[in-house]
Ligand binder design. Sequence first.
Ligand code: ZN
Length: 385
Amino acid sequence: MKNSIEEAKKDVIKAGKILVENGLIARTWGNVSARISDEQFVITPSGLAYETLIPEQIVIVNIADCSYNGNIKPSSEKGIHADTYKLRPEVNFIIHTHQLMASVISIEGKSINIENNEYREILGEVIPCTDYGMSSTKKLRKKVSEAVSNYPDSKAFIMKNHGTICMGYNLKNTFDVATILEKIAEEKYKSTIKENESHPIADYGNSFRQGNKFTITISGKTAEYSIDGVFEDMPKEVQLHAEIYKKNNISNILHATDDVIVEFSRTGRILKPLLDDLVQIAGINIQTTKSSNISGIAKMLKKKNAIFLEKEGALCTGVTKADAEAVVMVLRKGCLADFYSSARKLTDQLGLIDSYIQRIVYKNKYSKIKDNGAGAAYVEKIDRR
Ligand SMILES: [Zn+2]
């Protein structure tokens, strides 16, 4: 059954929130659409925060030529959605996710045959994997459309080094598809790699900057310092945060202590560009260095938003706390991708040029959204139109 425009917009907003809340995407790097007729669908806008979307920001797009009504730009992946609605009359809802395990195993670039009968009924017999294409490009649209056309029974598609496209009859059915896909991907990962051990590590603290001061919490204790008033006789963690603020235009630093990130920091490896959102949000070729290398860490964080501390997790930076948390999230996924890549002896990674383009596009686009005043401020602007 097709949706009324109102219902469809509500469902799209609801799905966007579910994607963010369940960690299926970081920032606004996903998209959701719902069919409203044989000719049109509604889709999330380009670059607006999902948490604060309102129905007026959901864009109506014509399936035939991707033209759209109104002033707000639809998601740049509208073409993939349009092609899918064209090819699949039974599909009424589509989500594009960067969900954890499906993205991790996507680096292998292989389709998966589904063994479980119950899963087959919902997803079809095979989960096709599409060749790599950079986000928002004609190439990616072509690759996905070919796969959707070549596998007419499949409801879940993996996009190499990127994420997924899941489709269904309605919102619920589509999230069922994404959930089962994630289970299958997780089983595949776990059959390859044993669980991480946990290693206790020192706390390097979380902090935020306000003007020329910063507030740092280390092992439950919070204290405020002036960035220029930190000296060599003070705790090394405090010196580290002060030095990072001095050299970088960020306002939040998080010490990521997740088992997966700690495990990677013990390998001493460089985290290669394996996934699109990793290179966009955290950076390309993320190094590991000793925590005592204070000035080196501050310098390396100029080009990246994360650095591994040898055997002690990672430091992640952002303009806001949510930015830094998004870095932790994509870094963790990147580490899992690295483990999978090593275990399967895969040599593929993203091209450096593709990676740099994506990193620059993300930084520019995201800083522009910020200048407009994302979230509440943006909603106000729309309301006044
Ligand atoms: Zn994406």
